[in-house]
Design a protein around this ligand. Structure first.
Ligand SMILES: O=P([O-])([O-])O[C@@H]1[C@H](O)[C@H](O)[C@@H](O)[C@H](O)[C@H]1O
Ligand SMILES: [Mg+2]
Length: 246
């Protein structure tokens, strides 16, 4: 019998390797990756061309055989995303977006939902991995307030990258989370905007890729409505120990 998970892992490894080898050819490019940062490499976004990679987004899913796992590869120049690729391995869905050229899933153009009524919306979010009770209380409090607006429902597939692609696909109106990392959302961010969506911080300001806070939505009306209900907190920034002057 085919080993589904081995196939998924082979895809993830092949994609990550490809990104790595292109990165080596383009030696002027910098690299931010979940594993490289865990190994002590810097996590700093400069104006230089930079790969922002999560080889396995949805690690807990992967470990438990919960069937949503994605490879997430973003590429930024001058701190702005140029393109993003999210491969949802088990679903075999390849999401791509190039700045100014639209977003696609397996070659099909993506468009966000045109819903403007929060009461008719599905919102994606995650419980996250922080088990500090104050943080958990804020997460539950935000979810409770949003659910009781009311909305149609709350969903979350356990990978930030895929949640963002679901916004781009029009399946959910918005996704928000506090505690994600830049490699979880970089590729998804450009996929959302190229599908016609908006990005912002959980306080309504501009998205800061390093702040570990994100709202991605089909439009500003839905995004700003959610922002009003989020009990925001401020995790340690991704670039906290590596901030530079430029
Ligand atoms: O650790 P990982 O599986 O790569 O990434 C995690 C997933 O995207 C998860 O959905 C989100 O809730 C976490 O905040 C992320 O850290
Ligand atoms: Mg991840």
């Amino acid at each position: 019998m085919t080993d589904l998970w081995q196939n998924a892992m082979d895809h993830a490894v092949a994609l990550a390797r490809k990104a790595g080898s292109v990165s080596v050819c383009l030696s002027f490019c910098l690299f931010i990756g979940e594993e490289s940062v865990a190994a002590g490499e810097p996590c700093v976004l400069t104006d230089n061309p930079t790969w922002i990679v999560d080889p396995v987004d949805g690690t807990t899913n992967f470990v438990h055989g919960y069937p949503f796992v994605a490879v997430s590869i973003g590429f930024a120049v001058n701190r702005k995303l140029e393109f993003g690729v999210v491969y949802s391995c088990i679903e075999d869905k390849m999401y791509t977006a190039r700045k100014g050229q639209g977003a696609f899933c397996n070659g099909q153009l993506l468009n966000v939902s045109d819903q403007k009524e929060i009461s008719q919306s599905i919102i994606a979010t995650e419980f996250g991995s922080n088990r500090d009770t104050e943080v958990v209380d804020k997460i539950f409090s935000s979810m409770r307030k949003i659910l009781c607006l009311p909305i149609h429902g709350i969903r979350g597939v356990g990978t930030a990258a895929t949640n963002m692609c679901l916004v781009a696909s029009g399946c959910v109106e918005a996704y928000y989370e506090i505690g994600i990392h830049c490699w979880d959302i970089a590729a998804g961010a450009i996929i959302v905007t190229e599908a016609g969506g908006v990005l912002m911080d959980v306080d309504g300001g501009p998205l800061d890729l390093m702040s570990r806070r994100v709202v991605a939505a089909n439009n500003k009306i839905i995004a700003e409505r959610i922002v009003k209900e989020i009990d925001a907190f401020t995790p340690l920034r991704d670039d906290a120990s590596t901030e530079t002057e430029d």
